[in-house]
Design a protein around this ligand. Structure first.
Ligand SMILES: [Zn+2]
Length: 279
């Protein structure tokens, strides 16, 4: 099973570059299929209204009939005061299983982290080289999972990427993804020092070619077990804790199960679906 844990989808409403203009999947999907990628985690391109953008992503996720997972994009400044409302809609109405934040929009806030904690959602936070914040996040929110994509810098800032490895090694709740990493030696060192458990396969599609990104993982020449962790195992483990109702509400109802059997991100459901498909 191969899951691309980092891909954008849907229209943006800006005009500064591909990242805020449009993220069409028409070329990504056949490429991903040819590369053997089974499922993909989708979140919006940059947008001035993430409530709208997330709904468009939800429409795409639903059209995929199990092919996609959704993460809710939130803006630390513009969505201040309504983050919980956005997340509530994302998990209850759309069955999303994670949160995406980008420092280009603004630095991550307590409001977002508190919400992630409440719903047990992993946060994919692009720090744009500002790796030092990971120390604060890991200390203040040790029970929240943070995935810091591109080893901390899409812009190939090797100082940031090396610095992130230290956080991956020391902090159990800090992860990275392989998307967009060009300096292969740093990726190799991250896996060697922090272990395959801390690295998720991602492509940053549709702007990067999924097969090119996947070949980087194969080039690591890992054991079958370690490769499987990076390609899907880590992601499934991290979203397995996601809740469709807030922790506080669940505590009030002692009978509430942590996962409904029909939850699309439940690894057991996927395993059963895969078995059925084999038959
Ligand atoms: Zn991205």
């Amino acid at each position: 099973m191969i899951i691309d844990a980092h891909c954008h989808a849907g229209p943006g409403d800006g005009l500064s570059g591909p990242w805020d203009t449009a993220a069409p999947l028409d070329r990504y999907l056949p490429r991903a299929e040819a590369a053997g990628i089974d499922r993909t985690v989708l979140f919006a391109a940059f947008h001035t209204d993430y409530a709208l953008a997330n709904r468009e992503v939800a429409r795409i996720v639903n059209s995929g009939k199990g092919r996609f997972y959704g993460f809710a994009f939130v803006h630390p400044e513009r969505d201040r005061g309504r983050v919980r409302e956005l997340i509530e809609e994302a998990v209850t109405a759309h069955a999303f299983c994670g949160i995406k934040v980008h420092k280009h929009d603004g630095r991550i806030t307590r409001e977002i982290c508190d919400c992630a904690r409440e719903y047990r959602l992993p946060v994919l936070y692009d720090v744009m080289g500002e790796v030092s914040v990971v120390e604060l996040l890991a200390t203040e929110y040790p029970d929240v999972t943070f995935i810091i994509p591109h080893l901390g810098s899409f812009a190939d800032d090797w100082r940031a990427q090396y610095a992130l490895i230290d956080h991956l090694v020391r902090r159990p709740n800090v992860y990275t993804d392989t998307s967009g990493i060009r300096r292969f030696d740093i990726l190799e060192e991250a896996v060697r020092r922090a272990s395959a458990r801390k690295v998720l396969f991602g492509t940053d599609g549709p702007w990067l070619h999924p097969q090119v990104e996947l070949e980087k993982v194969y080039a690591l020449k890992l054991s079958e077990a370690d490769e499987a962790l990076i390609l899907s195992g880590n992601f499934l483990r991290l979203v397995a804790q996601a809740r469709s109702v807030p922790a506080a509400r669940t505590r009030a109802s002692a009978a509430a199960a942590p996962l409904r059997p029909e939850d699309p991100w439940d690894p057991e459901v996927h395993a059963a679906a895969d078995r059925a498909r084999l038959i």
